[in-house]
Design a protein. Sequence first.
Length: 165
Amino acid sequence: TSSALCQSGNEKPTWKEYVYPENGFAITLPSDPHPHKSSQMLDGTAYSVSLSNGAEFSLHTMHAASNCAQVALDKQAEIYSKRKADSAGAQSNGFRTISFMHIEREGCKGIEFVQQVPNGHMDYERWICAPDRLYVFVSTWNPGQNQPQELDRIVKSWRLLPPNK
Protein backbone atom coordinates (compact mmCIF):
# COMPACT_ATOMS: atom_id res chain seq x y z
CA THR A 1 0.00 0.00 0.00
CA SER A 2 1.01 3.62 -0.26
CA SER A 3 1.45 3.97 3.51
CA ALA A 4 4.20 1.35 3.45
CA LEU A 5 6.04 3.34 0.80
CA CYS A 6 5.82 6.53 2.86
CA GLN A 7 7.29 4.82 5.91
CA SER A 8 10.31 3.41 4.06
CA GLY A 9 12.13 6.77 4.23
CA ASN A 10 12.07 6.67 8.03
CA GLU A 11 13.77 3.30 8.40
CA LYS A 12 16.69 3.10 10.79
CA PRO A 13 20.04 2.11 9.28
CA THR A 14 20.90 -1.57 9.28
CA TRP A 15 24.17 -1.86 11.18
CA LYS A 16 26.47 -4.59 9.91
CA GLU A 17 30.05 -5.70 10.47
CA TYR A 18 32.20 -5.34 7.36
CA VAL A 19 35.37 -7.44 7.22
CA TYR A 20 38.34 -6.47 5.04
CA PRO A 21 41.10 -9.10 5.34
CA GLU A 22 43.17 -7.41 2.61
CA ASN A 23 43.44 -4.34 4.87
CA GLY A 24 43.50 -6.24 8.17
CA PHE A 25 40.39 -4.95 9.94
CA ALA A 26 36.68 -5.30 10.62
CA ILE A 27 34.27 -2.49 11.48
CA THR A 28 30.55 -2.11 12.11
CA LEU A 29 28.85 0.59 10.04
CA PRO A 30 25.28 1.81 9.44
CA SER A 31 25.53 1.30 5.67
CA ASP A 32 27.79 -0.18 2.98
CA PRO A 33 31.00 1.91 2.82
CA HIS A 34 31.76 1.09 -0.85
CA PRO A 35 35.58 0.91 -0.59
CA HIS A 36 37.31 3.37 -2.93
CA LYS A 37 40.69 5.00 -3.53
CA SER A 38 41.58 7.32 -0.67
CA SER A 39 41.85 11.01 -1.48
CA GLN A 40 43.98 11.41 1.67
CA MET A 41 46.55 8.64 1.26
CA LEU A 42 48.70 7.71 -1.70
CA ASP A 43 47.90 4.08 -2.55
CA GLY A 44 45.35 4.03 0.28
CA THR A 45 41.78 2.80 0.47
CA ALA A 46 38.87 4.69 2.02
CA TYR A 47 35.63 3.36 3.49
CA SER A 48 33.00 6.11 3.76
CA VAL A 49 29.43 6.39 5.04
CA SER A 50 26.98 9.20 5.75
CA LEU A 51 25.85 9.73 9.33
CA SER A 52 22.99 11.65 10.93
CA ASN A 53 22.57 15.42 10.55
CA GLY A 54 24.67 15.54 7.37
CA ALA A 55 27.83 14.30 9.11
CA GLU A 56 30.30 12.04 7.31
CA PHE A 57 32.65 9.25 8.40
CA SER A 58 35.59 7.71 6.55
CA LEU A 59 38.27 5.24 7.49
CA HIS A 60 41.43 5.60 5.39
CA THR A 61 44.13 2.94 5.44
CA MET A 62 47.40 2.20 3.71
CA HIS A 63 50.52 0.11 4.14
CA ALA A 64 52.89 1.76 6.62
CA ALA A 65 56.49 1.21 7.58
CA SER A 66 57.40 -0.20 10.98
CA ASN A 67 58.26 3.31 12.23
CA CYS A 68 54.70 4.59 11.63
CA ALA A 69 54.22 5.54 15.28
CA GLN A 70 57.44 7.55 15.31
CA VAL A 71 56.78 9.29 12.01
CA ALA A 72 53.03 9.80 11.54
CA LEU A 73 51.90 9.97 15.15
CA ASP A 74 54.79 12.06 16.46
CA LYS A 75 54.37 14.54 13.58
CA GLN A 76 50.65 14.93 14.26
CA ALA A 77 51.22 15.22 18.02
CA GLU A 78 53.75 17.99 17.38
CA ILE A 79 51.32 19.89 15.13
CA TYR A 80 48.50 19.77 17.67
CA SER A 81 50.72 20.57 20.64
CA LYS A 82 51.91 23.69 18.81
CA ARG A 83 48.35 24.73 17.91
CA LYS A 84 47.23 24.31 21.50
CA ALA A 85 50.20 26.33 22.77
CA ASP A 86 49.63 29.11 20.23
CA SER A 87 46.31 30.13 21.69
CA ALA A 88 43.16 28.87 23.32
CA GLY A 89 41.22 30.57 20.51
CA ALA A 90 41.40 30.24 16.76
CA GLN A 91 44.94 30.20 15.44
CA SER A 92 46.03 32.40 12.56
CA ASN A 93 45.74 29.48 10.12
CA GLY A 94 42.08 28.95 11.05
CA PHE A 95 42.45 25.71 13.02
CA ARG A 96 41.34 25.47 16.63
CA THR A 97 42.22 22.40 18.70
CA ILE A 98 39.33 21.21 20.87
CA SER A 99 40.91 18.04 22.31
CA PHE A 100 43.98 15.87 21.77
CA MET A 101 45.11 12.65 23.42
CA HIS A 102 47.44 9.70 22.95
CA ILE A 103 45.61 6.37 22.85
CA GLU A 104 46.33 2.67 22.57
CA ARG A 105 43.96 0.30 20.82
CA GLU A 106 44.44 -3.42 20.17
CA GLY A 107 48.07 -3.05 21.29
CA CYS A 108 48.70 -0.29 18.73
CA LYS A 109 49.71 3.29 19.44
CA GLY A 110 47.50 6.10 18.27
CA ILE A 111 46.27 9.64 18.70
CA GLU A 112 42.79 11.11 18.73
CA PHE A 113 41.77 14.72 18.34
CA VAL A 114 38.88 17.05 17.60
CA GLN A 115 39.48 20.38 15.91
CA GLN A 116 37.58 23.14 14.22
CA VAL A 117 38.91 23.59 10.69
CA PRO A 118 39.12 26.87 8.70
CA ASN A 119 35.70 26.42 7.04
CA GLY A 120 34.16 26.21 10.54
CA HIS A 121 33.32 22.51 10.43
CA MET A 122 34.24 20.18 13.25
CA ASP A 123 36.77 17.46 12.47
CA TYR A 124 37.35 14.27 14.48
CA GLU A 125 40.41 12.16 13.68
CA ARG A 126 41.88 9.01 15.17
CA TRP A 127 45.21 7.75 13.84
CA ILE A 128 46.29 4.20 14.68
CA CYS A 129 49.57 2.56 13.66
CA ALA A 130 49.26 -1.21 13.39
CA PRO A 131 52.31 -3.40 12.66
CA ASP A 132 52.16 -2.76 8.89
CA ARG A 133 49.26 -0.35 8.36
CA LEU A 134 48.15 3.16 9.22
CA TYR A 135 44.44 3.65 9.93
CA VAL A 136 42.95 7.15 10.00
CA PHE A 137 39.35 7.57 11.14
CA VAL A 138 37.79 10.88 10.09
CA SER A 139 34.40 12.39 10.81
CA THR A 140 33.19 15.89 10.02
CA TRP A 141 30.05 17.72 11.04
CA ASN A 142 28.56 21.18 10.94
CA PRO A 143 29.53 23.77 13.54
CA GLY A 144 27.03 24.14 16.34
CA GLN A 145 25.99 20.50 16.12
CA ASN A 146 27.04 17.74 18.48
CA GLN A 147 29.43 15.00 17.47
CA PRO A 148 27.44 12.41 15.45
CA GLN A 149 25.87 9.86 17.79
CA GLU A 150 26.96 6.98 15.53
CA LEU A 151 30.66 7.89 15.68
CA ASP A 152 31.38 6.35 19.06
CA ARG A 153 29.75 3.06 18.06
CA ILE A 154 31.73 2.92 14.81
CA VAL A 155 35.09 3.71 16.45
CA LYS A 156 34.54 1.19 19.26
CA SER A 157 33.55 -1.53 16.77
CA TRP A 158 36.83 -1.38 14.81
CA ARG A 159 39.12 -4.34 15.35
CA LEU A 160 42.27 -5.75 13.81
CA LEU A 161 42.09 -9.12 12.13
CA PRO A 162 44.68 -11.80 12.91
CA PRO A 163 47.54 -11.71 10.40
CA ASN A 164 47.22 -14.07 7.43
CA LYS A 165 49.66 -16.91 7.73
